[in-house]
Ligand binder design. Structure first.
Ligand code: SF4
Ligand code: SF4
Length: 235
């Protein structure tokens, strides 16, 4: 069996809903700037996604109730992140056993408090793998589940075939996520490859909003309105 198929079958058997392989060469500079030379040395990435649960996402609102917040944090964040981390760790072990370098990137770990970002953009990898487009909310929008998917990535030097092609942006005139954000964190500008995230999103506004919510009540500090409002994936 080809390595790509073996990895796909394993990921699906371990609970992934989405799987894609990306060629990272067109965005090497962006990766270098975000994660440094050690991260930018990998030519391929494997994106793994797990879909969120509609009944839980649909309960997100500006005045979120405690029970809804607890459900979201547990089953749409902590547990799904843990499941993703397990899958990318196991895939990385498979690749390493086959003699390749493999670097599992955690599902949700901020490493830069100034830029408010992780070591690598899962969304960029999933976009290049053909799994969706980057929406005006700076999330990866899949055609079927919209932004209701969480992501993790394995970086590798294995010569895997990247079959997917980036999906063209399909937001059109929609501004649901831009208008609903309580702190106007989005500019409404569409994603353009190579442009910094700051052209579209003031991550500091979102972060400060979240910190304020946390000060009031850590249990109910959840927003996600830019995710739940997207018509793609809304049921
Ligand atoms: S999570 Fe909330 S505050 Fe942050 S960008 Fe989305 S809508 Fe705005
Ligand atoms: S809510 Fe509309 S503008 Fe925002 S990401 Fe979804 S489709 Fe795009």
């Amino acid at each position: 069996m080809k390595t790509e198929n073996q990895l796909l079958d394993s990921a699906m058997a371990w609970g992934a809903d989405y799987f894609g392989i990306a060629d990272l060469s067109p965005v090497q500079n962006v990766i270098l700037e975000q994660g440094g030379a050690e991260i930018a040395e990998y030519p391929r990435s494997i994106s793994i996604g797990i879909a969120l649960f509609h009944p839980i996402v649909n309960r997100l609102s500006r005045h979120i109730e405690r029970a809804a917040a607890v459900s979201y944090r547990s089953h749409c964040y902590d547990i799904i992140n843990e499941r993703l981390d397990q899958i990318v760790s196991r895939l990385a072990s498979v690749l390493q056993r086959l003699g390749h370098k493999a670097f599992p990137v955690p599902a949700s770990k901020r490493v830069d408090d100034d830029k408010i970002c992780a070591i690598f953009s899962h969304k960029l990898s999933a976009h290049l793998a053909g799994l969706g487009w980057i929406g005006k909310n700076c999330l990866l929008i899949t055609p079927d589940m919209g932004p209701r998917v969480r992501w993790a990535t394995v970086l590798t030097d294995a010569p895997l075939k990247a079959k997917g092609r980036p999906i063209e942006e399909r937001c059109g005139d929609c501004r649901e996520c831009v208008n609903i954000c309580p702190v106007s964190a989005f500019t409404g500008q569409a994603f353009r490859s190579g442009e910094p995230r700051s052209a579209r999103f003031d991550a500091g506004k979102c972060d400060r909003y979240f910190s304020k919510m946390k000060e009031k009540d850590a249990e109910t500090a959840i927003c996600g309105l830019c995710l739940s409002s997207c018509p793609y994936g809304k049921h």
